[in-house]
Design a protein around this ligand. Structure first.
Ligand code: FES
Ligand code: MG
Length: 572
């Protein structure tokens, strides 16, 4: 039942006066009585001068408003924190929870009947989904869509896998400063999110797979006219959702989370998606288990040929059939009874005839996959008792079963100071270890897990080494990189006890990551351990460091768990 401006009137004193006051102030915006009597669709809007990925949002906003207005509602946008991935220091992840609180509280505090969540850049979509789950109002996620590729001397370029490729070539002396500068202006040339299957694209697909976004919407390029039609339709759908029980906290359950995990695995999606999905699930009272991730990974084929793992870009993925093509190939593996925001189940959606032929050079069929097993695995062992993540699809299989000597960097500062030191004692088959870059570190778990190959080895042609840390990695990066080691070094995890020269054994086939040092020696090291992490004593940094959970629980705040009401079951 639509409530329009009367929703959430103050509970103290004269409620009719409260409504009168609200109407009179709303009238100062020039709305007619007719418009003010309509249901209100809030539009959670995230443009920012510090967010290049959202620069087309004003046009998308106009399209959402069209949809709401034609369906008989009043669209009212409101701003929340916007997170532009590359402009945030020390890392955008630190502010995802802040944005999720902003989203939750502004949805709850303001008089809206449903909400369209407009996000795109890496952390914005998980933050919006987390906030909307906790707010419990009908909501639809609308993503900004990916950038188009640029060109440099006949080559297609896309942020930001190609940024890394060219920078690595520059570091090893393969291209000149003049060339790297010329390439700079061609890596990110349109509005929209990174052009590959990085974190933003993975989370757009997760939103659709969870059932929170329109079918077929995840991969539409930012500048494509279909993106505006999708925005208009999202506005219309937000009107239909008013008064229904199709709230995000009901749509998200154990089964829809498993569907999303299958999709991440089939896409060889971003490792960051595991953290975000754990946080999203937790808001809805669902635990994402890394053991379950491994089970699903054994039976989920990699189907898409997209960078950073493959060859193509997001615009190719959209043209090839987009997520629809992937979901159809995964059909026998998915929980088809899961409800979606359109009011149909995933199974009903997938029964509709396909509107295009799937391009099999980009989206493989399940009987001819790129890889018969999923792109990500969790590792457990004495070095990672609560797990670590490896994107095996982006790693070098020659490094999957190895034992090596640890070369340890105790902090980000130590890494920066010594990685390119010509006197660094390092060989190509050593294992690089970075400590104290996890959630509670002052850097708040930055994307530093992609440790650069030490310059003295890079110039010899070494392109990959095993790298282990409690940090994260950009979704657009690649390499044999073990991330999210939990518990992190700063909370006393065994990662903090590794010393130069220790032996470490990685076995991807056994899902193991072990530190080959005996328990008595580790206990002695633990007794003498002093964490180099400084305690953050004020403001949001203090709140963050005090309350952030470990990676396996999604790095959410401990006080932002599911709402107490036990109504998180499927609506059918
Ligand atoms: Fe926004 Fe990559 S920088 S999605
Ligand atoms: Mg990213």
């Amino acid at each position: 039942m639509a409530t329009g401006l009367r929703r959430g009137l103050t509970n103290y004193g004269d409620r009719e006066f409260s409504a009168y006051l609200r109407r009179s102030f709303a009238k100062s915006m020039g709305y007619s009585d007719e418009l003010l009597s309509r249901p209100i669709v809030g539009i959670c809007h995230t443009p920012s001068g510090f967010n290049n990925c959202h620069r087309h949002f004003p046009e998308m906003l106009a399209a959402v408003k069209r949809g709401v207005l034609t369906a008989g509602g009043l669209p009212l946008e409101f701003p929340v924190v916007s997170l532009g991935e590359v402009f945030l220091n020390p890392t955008s992840l630190k502010f995802r929870n802040l944005m999720s609180i902003d989203v939750e509280e502004m949805i709850r505090a303001q008089p809206m009947d449903s909400v369209v969540l407009m996000g795109g850049c890496d952390k914005t979509v998980p933050a919006q989904m987390m906030g909307a789950i906790s707010a419990g109002l009908p909501a639809i996620q609308l993503v900004g869509g990916p950038m188009m590729t640029g060109r440099y001397e006949g080559q297609r370029l896309g942020a930001c896998t190609d940024c890394r490729r060219f920078w690595a070539t520059f570091r090893s002396g393969g291209i000149s400063e003049k060339e790297i500068n010329a390439i700079e202006g061609n890596l990110a040339t349109t509005s929209g999110t990174c052009a590959v299957m990085g974190t933003a694209s993975t989370m757009a697909c997760v939103a659709e797979a969870l059932g929170l976004a329109l079918p077929g919407s995840a991969a539409i390029p930012a500048v494509h006219a279909d993106r505006l039609r999708c925005a208009e339709e999202s506005g219309r759908l937000a009107m239909q959702l008013i008064g229904t029980e199709l709230t995000p906290d009901r749509i998200i359950n154990t089964k829809s989370v498993e569907n999303a995990l299958r999709v991440v695995l089939a896409l060889s999606g971003s490792t960051n998606a595991i953290i975000h999905l754990a946080a999203i699930a937790r808001r809805a009272g669902v635990t994402l288990s890394l053991e379950r991730l491994n089970e699903l990974s054994e039976t989920t084929p990699v189907l898409v040929n997209l960078k950073p793992v493959g060859e193509n870009y997001m615009e190719d993925f959209h043209a090839a059939g987009g997520l629809e093509g992937v979901l159809r190939e995964l059909k026998t593996l998915l929980h088809l009874e899961c409800m979606t925001v359109t009011g149909e189940t995933l199974g009903e959606r997938l029964e509709r005839p396909l509107s295009q032929t799937i391009d099999r050079s980009v989206i493989r069929s399940s009987d001819n996959p790129i890889d018969p097993v999923g792109g990500l695995v969790a590792l457990f062992g004495s070095l990672a008792p609560r797990g670590a993540i490896l994107k095996r699809a982006a790693a070098d299989p020659r490094l999957f079963e190895i034992e090596g000597r640890a070369v340890v960097f105790s902090s980000l500062e130590d890494l920066a100071a010594r990685i390119d030191d010509p006197d660094l004692d390092i060989a190509p088959d050593d294992i690089l270890v970075l400590q104290n870059a996890g959630p509670k570190s002052s850097a708040a778990m930055p994307e530093a897990g992609y440790l650069p190959i030490p310059k003295k080895l890079a110039t010899l042609g070494v392109k990959d080494m095993v790298r282990i840390s409690d940090a994260r990695m950009s979704g657009t990066a690649y390499g044999t990189i073990v991330l999210h080691v939990t518990p992190e070094a700063a909370t006393g995890g065994p990662l903090g006890l590794v010393r130069n020269g220790d032996r470490i054994r990685l076995s991807v086939s056994n899902r193991r990551l072990d530190l080959l040092v005996d328990d008595a020696e580790l206990a002695a090291r633990a007794r003498n351990l002093k964490s180099p992490i400084s305690t953050m004593c004020r403001g949001y940094s203090h709140l963050y460091q005090t309350h952030v959970l470990q990676a396996d629980e999604g790095c959410d705040f401990d006080f932002l768990g599911p709402l107490p009401a036990d109504d998180t079951v499927s609506v059918r």
